[in-house]
Design a protein around this ligand. Sequence first.
Ligand code: SF4
Length: 285
Amino acid sequence: SDALLRWYDRNARALPWRNPPGAPLPEDAAWPYRVWLSEVMLQQTTVAAVKPYFEAFTRRWPNVEALAAAGEEEVMAAWAGLGYYSRARNLVKCAHEVAERGGFPESEAELRELPGLGAYTAAAVAAIAFGRRAVVVDANVERVVARLCAIAEPLPGARRAIREKAEAITPDARAGDFAQAMMDLGSQVCTTKAPRCLLCPVSDHCEGHARGLAESLPVKPAKKTKPERRGTAFWIERKIAAGREVWLVKRPGTGMLGGMRALPDDGWSARADGSGKASLAGEWE
Ligand code: SF4
């Protein structure tokens, strides 16, 4: 962890939601809100895609109370394009709960009870926002640890061993910096393809590199074939004095694009020959 933190001190990415390495935790009351918001946005999404959304959200809703006061529709519309829309619905629920209790809890266990905070996000917020020691394991960290410790068992079975090793290398001090250093190492150096072992600050400790296994780890489970579905979307216009209106539906709360406004469709039930159920799914708007 020392070698990694020294590297992070010189190479940390400057990100709009990030505290500089080694700096004390900001006293700004909105700090945990910014950490939480960025972590929720970053799930399954790239840093480049998140940046403009993070900036737009924090400009419009600078703290958790402001977000809690916003309408769900408004937040969903601002989220459009980021994907995985259940995150946006949980964001609103979580903002209500946090505003009601007067702020974010600091412990990982209490954070875990908030809507939408899984093990990873709760640990990341505890470590980064509050400096609590927490074992933060996302896909990047999973890859780094599997390589560092040459864990050759395939995923998802390997997760237990990866977690134990991650626990063993997490230091007590600089918890937030360590978590972010691991994330940066995973995204900048220990990349999925062609890891840059020659530039790696922990290569002397890396079993996977020493055994020439780095790129093959972690071992992925066999891929499931993706089902193919067909559907029809309907573009329905009506003329109004000011021009034209297009009819949209609010999609059902769960499933694909849950809760989003969309063109009405047939529920993705069409057959390859174009026949099939024709009833339109969603609540009309
Ligand atoms: Fe990853 Fe290579 Fe560093 Fe090991 S030495 S952690 S495989 S980049």
